[in-house]
Design a protein around this ligand. Structure first.
Ligand code: TPP
Length: 322
């Protein structure tokens, strides 16, 4: 397996990162203007994890994500109009505008759902891993979770069962050091490495803001998982840039912490990687331009879309003829 990425691969990763960043920044404005109902949790600063992990997945693979899941569903390939319509509560959204930011799901592309309950996506992904194993799909399941989930019993139970049954489950922790308004150190007495070791599951810590490191490590992890050797944990260390939820003034963070964010910005760092790999400034700027146009067009489409009808509220809640 190559130890490096080609310029084209890096450009594709940059496009994903830039798309997520542009979407999240647009949502800041749309939310402030009252065009987004409910709460949103932005993944600004954490885009390289979504891009790197999803770049290594195949069509048959599945994933479950969290309340901070915009990046994961976009990196997985959810179309921008489908995404914006959903988050803006429009009828043409991927879930008919009834799920919104924290409940985006698209079974057609293996997105089992975002989830507002901390750690709740983890056992869903494990269930999907059981299905991959039982049906011999050759696929793997990915559970994205934040460091806040480390203290949740359901993660511990999932590690146990996934290890016992050698499930094709990739557990991806986005460790941004915060769980809402408290540092993780105040909520979890152990470490994820220690937790994984307790169940004899290999654990690898990555720089989650280095897309090359994440993408290359995930390729290897996915290849191992497809051999049926059991679950793996990737702990991607990163920084949360925006507040816990959009509108959170982050008064609980100290100035040094906030000042350190620019130095590790994954957009800027990927531009440096591209430059070192020989990409031209024009190539990179073209990506920015294309992404900006795509996002603007998707927002325009979402604005024109209608709201869901009252009658559609119960659609897809119950399944008939099981
Ligand atoms: C079971 C449960 N407990 C508490 C909450 C309230 N809550 C919402 S997000 C959050 C913090 C999550 O932190 P983390 O998992 O690290 O993700 P991050 O927000 O940093 O991406 C908490 C405690 C919840 N939604 N679900």
């Amino acid at each position: 397996m190559p130890e490096t990425l080609t310029v084209d691969e890096l450009l594709a990763l940059y496009r994903t990162i830039k798309t997520i960043r542009t979407v999240e920044n647009s949502l800041t404005r749309l939310f402030a203007d009252g065009e987004v109902p409910g709460f949103i949790h932005l993944s600004v600063g954490q885009e390289a994890i979504a891009a790197g992990i999803c770049s290594a997945l195949g069509d048959q693979d599945t994933l479950a994500t969290t309340h901070r899941g915009h990046g994961h569903v976009l990196a997985r390939g959810l179309s921008l109009p489908h995404f914006f319509k959903e988050v803006m509560g429009k009828a043409g959204g991927v879930c008919g505008g009834r799920g919104g930011s924290m409940h985006v799901a698209d079974m057609d592309i293996g997105i089992l759902g975002a989830n507002g309950i901390v750690a709740a996506g983890i056992p869903i992904a494990m269930g999907s891993a059981v299905a991959h194993q039982t049906r011999k799909t050759g696929g793997i399941a990915v559970a994205f979770f934040g460091d806040g989930a480390m203290a949740e019993g359901v993660l511990h139970e999932t590690l146990n069962m996934a290890a016992l049954w050698k499930l094709p489950l990739l557990l991806v922790c986005e460790n941004n050091g915060w769980s809402e308004f408290s540092p993780t150190s105040e909520q979890f007495a152990g470490t994820l490495k220690g937790l994984a070791a307790a169940f004899k599951i290999p654990h690898q810590q990555l720089d989650g803001n280095d897309v090359r490191e994440v993408a290359l490590a995930t390729r290897k992890a996915v290849a191992t998982l497809r051999k049926g050797k059991g679950p793996l944990v990737l702990e991607c260390v990163t920084k949360r840039v925006r507040g816990h939820y959009e509108g959170d003034p982050q008064k609980y963070r100290d100035a040094d912490d906030l000042a350190s964010l620019d130095a590790v910005d994954p957009v800027a760092r990927t531009r440096v990687l591209l430059q070192e790999a020989g990409a031209t400034r024009e190539q990179v700027d073209q990506v920015d331009q294309d992404v900006g146009a795509d996002v603007d067009a998707a927002i325009a489409q979402a604005r024109e879309d209608s709201e869901p009808t009252y009658e559609s509220a119960q659609q897809d809640v119950y399944t008939l003829n099981l």
